[in-house]
Each structure stands twice: as C-alpha cells, then as structure tokens.
Design a protein around this ligand. Structure first.
Ligand code: FAD
Ligand code: FES
Length: 259
C-alpha cells in the first residue's frame, strides 16, 4: 500500500508559520528509513498537486508519523487549519532516505540542518543513536523567533545553533558553526537550502568518505513519472544526464549532483 486516508492525531504551532502535525495509519508500518517524505493531497479542489513533506518522527508502536512544516502558500496554509480527527490523503513513504549501513558503534556523525530542512534530521539522529554512534547537531535558523525543536535535539545529543540575525547562538549561518568544529567525523548528513549544502560539500568532500545531502525540488507526481524534479550530474560535461530527486533522491552522496 502506498496511499491512505490518514487521520490527524495532533496539530500544534511551534513558532510563527511553523507547525507540527502527527498522522496515524497503516502506512506507518512501511516507514523505517529516515530522510523519506510523504506526499500529501491538499483537501481543496483547485490545488491539484500533492505537497511533499519530510517524515520527522516514526512511532511504530502508536502507528503514527510526525511532520513539521512551514506555511509557504495555500497548500501548507490549508494543512495548518486542519484539526485532530480530520483525514488527509497521504502517499508514501517516498524517496530513498539516508543510508546508514556504514555507520558503526562509536562513530561521530555530524547532522547539519537549516531552516525547514531540519525536520527529517530528528528521526535520522534517533537512528544514528540506535546504531551506537554519536550525533552532533549543527542547526541554523533565521532568528530565535522561528527556532523550533532545540530541546528535542539537545535531548538526543550535542547541539550547536546559529541564527542569521544573531538573536540566539552563534551569529551567522551553519557554515560558521562547521568552521569552528575541529574534529573530522566519520559521516556528515545534511538537509537544507542548496547554499548550505554547497558549503557542507566544500568543507567535507574528500575529507570524509560518507557525506550525504538531502535536496529539495518542486515536485508533481513524487514517484518518478513526470520529470518535474530533475537535477544534473556534476561529472557530466554534456549536461544531458539527470536524476529525479523524488525517487532517485532526495538524498545523494556529496559530489554527485549539481547543487
Ligand atoms: C522532499 C521534500 C521534503 C520537504 N519537506 C518539507 C518539510 O518537512 N517541511 C516543510 O515545511 N517543507 C518541506 N518541503 C517543502 C514543501 O513541500 C513546500 O514548502 C510546499 O510544497 C509548499 O506548498 P504550498 O502550497 O504551501 O506553497 P506554494 O508555493 O503555493 O506551492 C505551489 C507548488 O510549488 C511546490 N513547492 C513550493 N515550494 C516548494 C519547495 N520549497 N520545495 C518543493 N516544492 C515546492 C508545491 O508543492 C506546490 O506544488 C519539502 C520539499 C521536498 C521536495
Ligand atoms: S516529481 Fe514527478 S518525477 Fe519527480
């Protein structure tokens, strides 16, 4: 099964325009990999395309998965107006997810996120811990006002925070935090805007073998059929070869695709 009417079990506002929503249903049984996303139909007839939202937390016991999203336009605004007990048409889990087969007990794993790229890193961090590795979180927000999940990440491990306007933590972006970090970790996993992913790639490609970057793209079908979400390969001089972010990604090893 890849599609289901899932029930919203909770919805709460975390910060201005930022919401946490939990949904319940049988699809959760198929969720086990961090970094995957669900594709949600907006219950409004004029909004035809589904909206991709990352899985923030998987709870098999409760049969629920959680998402965190920011209101960007009509689709996410409609989601924010829904209440516990309402139903949502959900497809998923979709995408490849973070590959953790090379993570071993005792490893240090840098987990690097910016803005609304941070949500999937929470489930990732839990899974890294379950493998006996040590996550170090580097999180960047625009300001203190729009920060969310600080305590949740601190509960999982060391957490360093930067804000663009300096209202909390280090003044600047996540790149500033990484430049101040002295150790070489066994792996670096990142999700956020392309500028941040480029900084992560520049800092760690060639120094750390396992660097995985989660990309965002405007999506339509979400399952590899429409080519709305392609990105290009770095080592392709012709510029002809492409990969679909929805089903061949959204996570790619650093150095593979043009950011
Ligand atoms: C794999 C993936 C995971 C994502 N995870 C999250 C998440 O966990 N939390 C979150 O807040 N946002 C996430 N996004 C971005 C989110 O999908 C868009 O913000 C959302 O679709 C905007 O819809 P809208 O109707 O509110 O805005 P509108 O701007 O009205 O959207 C119009 C169209 O553009 C698409 N679109 C707009 N912005 C984006 C964007 N940045 N990326 C992709 N498509 C976009 C929409 O899907 C829709 O089809 C993710 C995107 C991708 C590709
Ligand atoms: S969104 Fe259709 S192929 Fe990726």
């Amino acid at each position: 099964m890849k599609q289901e009417m899932m029930e919203i079990t909770s919805q709460r506002q975390l910060a201005p325009r930022i919401y946490e929503m939990t949904v319940k249903g049988a699809l959760v049984e198929q969720m086990s990999v961090s970094g995957q996303f669900i594709h949600i139909r907006v219950p409004r007839n004029d909004l035809l395309l589904r909206r991709p939202i990352s899985i923030n937390n998987i709870d098999h016991e409760a049969g629920t998965c959680r998402t965190i999203y920011r209101i960007e336009g009509d689709g996410t605004r409609v989601f924010s107006e829904m209440k516990a007990g309402d139903k949502l048409d959900v497809m998923g889990p979709l995408g490849n997810g973070f590959q953790l087969s090379d993570i071993h007990e005792g490893d240090t794993v840098y987990i690097v996120g910016g803005g609304i790229g941070i949500p999937p890193l929470y489930e990732l961090s839990k899974q890294v811990i379950a493998l006996g590795a040590r996550p170090v979180h580097f999180l960047g927000y625009a300001s203190k006002e729009v920060m969310y999940y600080e305590e949740e990440f601190r509960a999982l491990g060391e957490t360093r925070i930067a804000t663009d306007d300096g209202t909390y933590g280090v003044h600047g972006n996540v790149g500033n935090l990484l430049l101040a970090a002295s150790e070489i970790p066994q792996a670096v996993f990142s999700c956020g805007a392309n500028g941040m992913l480029r900084a992560v790639e520049q800092l760690y490609l060639g120094k750390v073998n396992n660097v995985q970057l989660s990309l965002e793209a405007r999506m339509a079908c979400g399952m590899g059929a429409c080519y709305a979400c392609v990105c290009h390969l770095q080592d392709d001089e012709t510029g002809q070869k492409s990969l679909k972010i929805c089903d061949e990604g959204p996570i790619f090893p650093a150095g593979k695709v043009v950011l």
